[in-house]
Write a protein that binds this ligand. Structure first.
Ligand SMILES: *[C@@H]1O[C@H](CO)[C@@H](O)[C@H](O)[C@H]1NC(C)=O
Ligand SMILES: *[C@@H]1O[C@H](CO)[C@@H](O)[C@H](O)[C@H]1NC(C)=O
Ligand SMILES: *[C@@H]1O[C@H](CO)[C@@H](O)[C@H](O)[C@H]1NC(C)=O
Ligand SMILES: *[C@@H]1O[C@H](CO)[C@@H](O)[C@H](O)[C@H]1NC(C)=O
Ligand SMILES: *[C@@H]1O[C@H](CO)[C@@H](O)[C@H](O)[C@H]1NC(C)=O
Length: 316
């Protein structure tokens, strides 16, 4: 056979468009993030999505996400192990000591961060480090891939932020709750949160796309959590399956405080139990429910195993 330039070109282009990991490539799942992802101190009142995903996909799970975390405590401080200063160093030290075995080809890394960076007690209410904006927190989240790449990691799936303006805490008609009892303009907060999340997610997409060519040999993907949660809100019947009326506005475990007497504890709580719980999108005023997390786990697993690219985009 005569090898022509065009044969070579076709071979090259063929290799270049093989984006994303192969369907049976990934065996290990390494997770970074906050309470949405923390596998031991779970945020959903049940089992966390990485534990479900490990079961659905037969992955070995290496969980590094920590409840309360932000991307960097230098930018948006929270008294928990942030991704940059706490979680990545913990991962690197366990990898270097041989405590964990994560061959690059068969290991994928995920990050789901931003809720605490943007939210109350940080950017939304002005407690971030001076001058810090959503540009800095987004840059930090995207840099996670570069930092891990430099330690040998090769497969990345970046989960963008959900529509946080729709969680009970940041809805226009939000009530004083366990996460925030002080008076605030709930309409203004909801509007601001919509701006922050949409700007952050759009920047993340562009920054990941720009980063990708600088990470040769890597697979870089974006999982669109914003689109998935928006679809759950519009079509709850496709995702929620409990025995109560489907509910995408209120929480399974909701507590209303008195804005004048917050230290007295909640004035009243409503709690859904048993099979009613799976009718709800939200566990409490901030967190997705366990059924929402089963959906996240299923969709992430399908993205990693390349059964579906419905919510994911592979840049390489
Ligand atoms: C699950 O993964 C383990 C470790 O990678 C492997 O030994 C086992 O065969 C897998 N099981 C199934 C059912 O695929
Ligand atoms: C955070 O600040 C500390 C102290 O200045 C510094 O050593 C560290 O590198 C910073 N972290 C990041 C991610 O820049
Ligand atoms: C709350 O914020 C909204 C949106 O910015 C504004 O229209 C409204 O006047 C504010 N309400 C109060 C009481 O300040
Ligand atoms: C959602 O749940 C809340 C709290 O249990 C309840 O007050 C509300 O009526 C429910 N909404 C729907 C549409 O069922
Ligand atoms: C809802 O579906 C999940 C699987 O996504 C299942 O584990 C759960 O038991 C179902 N809930 C109910 C109340 O049937």
């Amino acid at each position: 056979m005569r090898i022509t330039l065009s044969t070579l070109l076709i071979a090259f282009v063929g290799a270049a468009i093989a984006v994303g990991p192969g369907p049976n490539q990934i065996k290990n799942l390494v997770t970074f993030g906050d309470s949405y992802t923390d596998a031991s101190q779970t945020g959903d009142g049940g089992v966390a999505w990485p534990t479900y995903a490990a079961g659905y996909g037969n992955f070995t799970l290496f969980p590094f996400a920590k409840a309360g975390a932000t991307c960097s405590n230098n930018l948006t401080f929270a008294p928990f192990l942030s991704v940059a200063e706490g979680q990545i160093p913990a991962y690197v030290s366990q990898k270097n000591s041989g405590e964990i075995n994560v061959p690059p080809e068969e290991t994928i890394y995920t990050i789901w961060i931003g809720t605490n960076d943007l939210g109350a007690n940080n950017i939304l209410s002005g407690q971030q480090a001076p001058g810090v904006t959503v540009v800095d927190t987004t840059t930090c989240a995207v840099n996670w891939a570069k930092t891990l790449y430099d330690t040998g990691a090769r497969n990345f799936l970046f989960q963008n932020m959900i529509p946080l303006q729709k969680v009970p805490m940041y809805q226009p008609n939000a009530y004083p709750n366990r996460y925030w009892t002080a008076a605030r303009n709930t309409t203004a907060w909801s509007l601001e949160m919509a701006e922050l999340v949409n700007a952050g997610n759009t920047m993340a997409r562009l920054m990941l796309k720009e980063l990708t060519p600088t990470l040769p040999g890597a697979h870089v993907g974006l999982f669109d959590s914003y689109a998935l949660f928006s679809d759950i809100i519009v079509h709850p019947g496709n995702y929620l399956n409990g025995t109560a009326p489907l509910n995408v506005t209120d929480a399974i475990n909701a507590c209303v405080f008195d804005v004048d007497e917050p230290t007295n504890g909640p004035s009243f709580c409503t709690t859904a139990t048993g099979t009613d719980k799976d009718s709800f999108l939200w566990w409490d005023e901030i967190h997705p429910s366990e059924q929402a997390d089963r959906v996240v786990a299923r969709e992430i697993t399908d993205a990693i195993k390349r059964k579906s690219d419905k919510w994911s985009t592979w840049f390489s």
